[in-house]
Design a protein around this ligand. Sequence first.
Ligand SMILES: [Zn+2]
Ligand SMILES: [Zn+2]
Length: 62
Amino acid sequence: MNIPSDTGHGHHDHFVCLKCGKVTEVFDPKLESIRDELLCRKYRFKGVRHTLDIKGYCADCR
Ligand SMILES: [Zn+2]
Ligand SMILES: [Zn+2]
């Protein structure tokens, strides 16, 4: 049984281009801090994992 985990290797979020559909994988500690206590504590929620798609336009489509 393979349980996907976002806590180690392999986790990333996405930039999704609304024009050409290109998906860019991104990993940034600032994004990852979403699951950290600041936000979760505010909502009294224990965050474990997330997926994040940032929609917009890639460098070629702007
Ligand atoms: Zn594009
Ligand atoms: Zn993430």
